[in-house]
Design a protein. Sequence first.
Length: 220
Amino acid sequence: MNITYNFEMPDGARESFEIELNREVGSVEEGADWTELEYHKCPNCPLSANNFKRCPAAVDIANMTERFSAVNSYDQVKVHVHTPERDYFKKCDAQTGLISLMGLVLATSACPILSEFKVLALHHLPFSTYEETLFRTSGAYLLKQYMRQKKGEVADLEMKGLKQFYDDIGLVNKSLKNRIHKVSQSDSNINAVNALFSLSWLVALSLDEQLDELNEHLGL
């Protein structure tokens, strides 16, 4: 299954990115030096340089970061997202479009931490708000725990593991930002990763309080 992001830049130039959600992944030998596994390696990365020469997440976003390296985060763009089920259109700043694209690519990468988001990528919602992301993430986590319980396994219904997961995501995003500094001439790439980092940090900091705010929407 593929999802395509088409960007129309202020000068009329077009950029297109086709993302294969179930793409085959493996160790990549060639690439920019900032994609090497040991370059600003995430402190919680479980991968070994013996098996992976390059960071799988960095390899997957290398193309888009290079193509957006000179784009300002505030530049107005038109984004068309085509999925098998429906199309989405949005006129927004480049940062907003890049956040949505980068989130999809990272969630379907071979990174053993970020790939936990793959279930959301398979039901991708472009340009999702913070509240939508929190609702979808917590819902997917609880569904996974329900399935565990049905199989007789221990279920984390208090969602302690979700907070730890967002702690891990925060470390990954911080390291990715350090990598991207190497290739970016402007701020759109860096600000996109900053936004992803801020989201994970905010959720990890006060998950219970933020879930409580959903009570009204749940009728509780």
